[in-house]
Design a protein around this ligand. Sequence first.
Ligand code: BMA
Length: 340
Amino acid sequence: MSHIKIIGSALPNIPWQEPPTGARNTPLWRCSQNPVIGRNPLKGIARIFNSAVVPYEDAFFGVFRGEQTNGVPGIYLGKSRDALHWEFESNQIQFVDETGRLFMPKYAYDPRLVQVEDTYYIMWCQDFYGAAIGLAKTVDFKTFVRIENPYLPFNRNAVLFPRKIGGSYVMLSRPSDSGHTPFGDIFLSESPDLEFWGRHRHVMGRGSEWWESLKIGGGAAPIETSEGWLLLYHGVAGTCNGYVYSIGGAILDIDHPSVVKYRCQTYLLTPEEWYEERGFVPNVTFPCAVLCDADTGRIAVYYGAADSYVCLAFTTVDEVVGYIKENSVVTPEDTEIGRR
Ligand code: BMA
């Protein structure tokens, strides 16, 4: 039984495996079927990774980053009964503007998918005279209507909270520069209508620990728990052989989520398996989505591996929140409201 509660719906049919026996260094354990999506999954698509899923009706839908054979990423819709085996649409999601006219981004990557009330929102990184955030909504996974771009360039890793807080939509993002940013902190912004964004707050900076000392970025949509918002994010180390992306965890204040209550000093998962260490970009574990069952506290984490695969890891809310609290170190910059 779970002592820490996930505030949400029962979802008994999410993918799940019991933890392996024996000692573990971290509270996440990998799915024995990893990678759950392999290479060349679709004609014209070399790799699918960094993708997000939600439950929808009696199945699961996902938005998938598909790297086309010309190297340009786009977003593809996938459907699954078990959230493990996916059927993909062969064409990219056809985004339209508010008048119904086709309105496609030049490229689109790292999509997140978040349900707020009856609507599903997709946020991704795209060209807006530089890398910035794209935003769209759907209610039926048939029509995808783009909303005004929320931020100026340069920005990446936008993640919406799954409910309004204090009457506003709240979204995390990671402002950056035009290149493959060697810096970056997580901020949040509020909006009354998903079009006008303001009340920007600093949430957390890159950490003092080596694994997240270069930059960080939001990962999966925050999970509402009795301890606060559980945020799984990515933290990046710069090594002599390039960047290494690990998965980190923090708990944000439930009413004022720019306040970090707990922040785990150690990573929750780091590249260790062949499919994380070897691929198009080696040494990447990049979380983009979670599926949670409020009844059992089970959490399935979807993460991209080595910019080549989609993988799954499991944990429980008790184990992961307990671990984050036990290993938490917060600085005054983490715990302040984040306004200067
Ligand atoms: C980041 C993003 C991710 C990617 C990662 C590692 O900047 O572009 O899509 O997984 O780099 O290449």
